[in-house]
Write a protein that binds this ligand. Structure first.
Ligand code: MN
Ligand code: MN
Length: 307
């Protein structure tokens, strides 16, 4: 790792991310309110002088990704569930994105291990010059070896400053179109294998309470709406935010104007992603910096959980 200089901010984001995941592992328990888990983790990130890069995602059983509690959400962690907690931290736009699975069902120990092994395979393969197809192939094989399927339409992603999804994707299956696409030294990637006993792909179902500004251009003859849009852009740029934050940070008194921005296509409301056959889903994720002879995981997700 002596071969080039990492931005100090990204190392700080990684270290806060690691502590945030430890907190997630500690407080995610059967019967606890999702809202409490999300708010405690987000509060912790802010208390360390950083900001959430996106709302804490808490995805249960067959829900793979993209759910954060709504304002006043009363859902609790169900008994015997499989829970993915996905946390983003940014320091001055430098992002760490990582996730853990917490299982309250011993029947799914192998499923949880499969995603962990998938991430381990990817991290041990990632280096300057490796193709993204090779990473996908190794993730696929690690998950398949344990008798599960990777979710093929959920992928890792290149990260840039203030940009969570910056072009290149990291597949969890071999993919011909990635045969000539290489990881390069100095690039930052979130790597996130998902494993399932279901169909192996996700579909949209309902809404996530997670939003993102698509275009911050002024809206003609809508001064108030334009002002809200500008304020959302000023605070979050292109990063995802929660409807909870819009209320708790006093950006708006209710969500009606936000919903108008969604209808106008200026703000995107992410759908929740569920396994197509309602299979159970596990996920582990870390953000890595690619170096000449390997990669440097920022959160160290693998070392937080026994495989
Ligand atoms: Mn993530
Ligand atoms: Mn990610």
């Amino acid at each position: 790792m002596a071969d080039f200089q990492l931005a100090e901010e990204i190392l700080k984001a990684g270290s806060i991310e690691r502590d945030a995941l430890k907190l997630a592992l500690d407080i995610t328990q059967e019967g606890v309110e999702l809202l409490e888990i999300a708010e405690r983790i987000e509060g912790f990130i802010r208390s360390r002088g950083a900001a959430p890069a996106f709302p804490v995602n808490i995805s249960i059983d067959g829900v793979a990704a993209h759910y954060t509690p709504a304002p006043g959400d009363e859902k609790r962690i169900p008994p015997r569930s499989i829970v993915k907690v996905d946390v983003g931290v940014h320091v001055n736009g430098y992002i760490a994105d990582a996730a853990v699975t917490v299982s309250f069902n011993p029947d799914y120990t192998g499923l949880v291990r499969a995603a962990w092994k998938g991430l381990e395979a990817a991290i041990s393969t990632a280096r300057d010059g490796v193709t993204l197809n090779t990473i996908g192939k190794n993730v696929y094989e690690a998950i398949k070896r344990l008798g599960y399927k990777p979710i093929e339409n959920l992928m890792g992603h290149k990260i840039e400053r203030y940009e969570l999804h910056a072009g290149k994707s990291v597949p969890n299956v071999p993919a011909l179109e990635y045969r000539f696409v290489k990881m390069r030294r100095g690039e930052v990637y979130a790597i996130e294998p998902f494993a399932t006993d279901g169909a192996g792909y996700v579909v949209d179902q309902g809404y996530s309470n997670i939003y993102r500004v698509v275009s911050a251009r002024r809206i003609k003859k809508e001064a108030e709406l334009s002002k809200l849009l500008q304020e959302l852009w000023r605070r979050f740029r292109g990063l995802p935010f929660a409807s909870r934050w819009v209320l708790s940070e006093g950006i708006a008194d209710d969500l009606s104007q936000l919903e108008r921005l969604v209808k106008m296509g200026r703000v995107y409301h992410y759908p929740t992603l569920v396994e197509a056959k309602r299979g159970m889903v596990s996920q582990f994720e870390d953000t890595v910096v690619v170096v000449d002879d390997g990669c440097r995981p920022l959160a160290g997700t693998l070392s937080l959980v026994a495989p």
